[in-house]
Design a binder for this molecule. Structure first.
Ligand code: PMP
Length: 373
């Protein structure tokens, strides 16, 4: 099976399983207890925190471990909410774990602005500029779109924020960027940044939130006060340690180069089959969209799985819902959206696998058109 839905999730490195087992069965101690064994585990978590900060290129701030990016995004946004005359700004391209939180804030009566995407799938900066003002409390914008791979200019957004709303916070959902595309949080200038281990070959249900300072947000649920009081609950030690194993194994720059080559090769092959439109948003090499004119994306997905290739239908979290609010916002029509599939690569695939997948996709589409004509 050739798996081309790596933006949905990735397979965990085998080494992570060994680490997981070591911290689940041998060194299973509660990091908050007082024994020496617990102190050892506690120190190990701090070591991972430092490794994450290093990979983020952070010179200040800390990392709060969470149960994945959905939780990180909720913590960042609800944690930043303040009573009073404040406004909140979101891109329309956000993942449901941000977008639906924004909708919930709106329902609560908060002033929420959604900024549309431009034709390249990026947040429209001139529109953003018009809604940011001195009442803005938070701007939340993803780094890499999980639907299209488009990359937002976070640095520019932070610059605009500094001019128009210096006290506002900028949160970045970097789930599809962290450990995949080279960036540094210092360079972006973000105050908070979410990431998730299962998108880079670590375990599911583990992630974190980078915060420039602990004082920026409040906790969103009460408990024992773990994670600096910002995320109560015993940490998922085996999961966090397994995430470290993945983190240390990955060479972001090398992987980026390899995946760029894979994407180029893949596009060369599928591009030869007239009718398959490649929507390459010139963003992350890890993600792109294919439009199979005349055939439903879902029909293609099932036919491809029969032939050994798994593609995606946009975000797994919203894949079962009809349509695609992101492609719609960019300006694609209903027919194009219904005939689209998302293709996403990982850095451990070979060129020959990609060639084979490309050929299968082209062949299945050709057969499908013949059957329908
Ligand atoms: N944000 C983005 C951009 C994502 O792609 C995902 C996963 N589909 C999430 C957030 C949610 O991450 P998790 O599965 O760790 O909750």
């Amino acid at each position: 099976m050739i798996f081309l839905d790596n933006a949905g999730t990735t397979s965990m490195f085998k080494e992570c399983v060994e680490t997981y087992s070591f911290y689940a069965c041998d060194n299973f101690y509660n990091p908050s207890a007082v024994s020496r064994k617990s102190a050892f585990v506690h120190a190990k978590l701090d070591e991972v925190r430092r490794d994450v900060l290093k990979k983020l290129g952070a010179v200040k701030g800390s990392v709060i471990f969470t149960g994945g990016a959905t939780e990180s995004n909720n913590l960042a946004i609800y944690g930043a909410v303040k009573n009073g005359d404040f406004e909140y700004v979101f891109s329309s391209g956000e993942h449901p774990s941000v977008y639906n939180v924004a909708k919930a804030l709106e329902l609560e009566g908060k002033k929420v602005h959604f900024v549309n995407l431009d034709k390249d799938g990026r947040v429209n900066l001139s529109e953003l500029e018009k809604v940011v003002n001195n009442k803005t409390r938070l701007i939340s914008c993803m780094l890499v779109s999980n639907e299209t791979g488009a990359i937002n200019d976070i640095k520019k957004i932070v610059e605009l924020k500094n001019q128009l709303a210096p006290k506002a916070l900028v949160h970045v959902d970097a789930v599809q960027g962290f450990m995949k595309i080279p960036f540094s949080v210092e360079d972006l200038g973000a105050d908070m940044l979410s990431f998730s281990a299962h998108k880079f070959h670590g375990p599911k249900g583990v992630g974190g939130l980078y915060v420039r300072s602990m004082q920026l947000i409040k906790n969103i649920f009460d408990g024992g006060g773990q994670e600096f009081g910002l995320r109560s609950g015993t940490e998922n030690v085996p999961g966090i340690m397994a995430m470290q194993t993945a983190l240390l194994k990955i060479d972001v720059k090398e992987n980026y180069k390899h995946v760029s080559k894979l994407k180029e090769k893949f596009n060369e092959i599928v591009g030869q089959e007239s009718g398959i439109k490649v929507l390459d948003f010139l963003g992350s090499p890890y993600i792109e969209v294919l439009i199979f004119s005349g055939v439903k994306g879902e029909t293609m997905l099932h036919a491809l799985e029969e032939k050994g290739v798994i593609v995606g239908l946009g975000s797994a979290c919203s894949a079962k819902k009809a349509g695609n609010r992101i492609l719609e916002n960019i300006g694609y029509n209903k027919d194009e959206i219904l005939s689209s599939c998302r293709v996403s690569f990982n850095a451990y695939m070979s060129e020959s696998e990609i060639e084979e997948a490309g050929k299968i996709i082209a062949m299945v589409y050709k057969d499908m058109l013949k059957r329908l004509s």
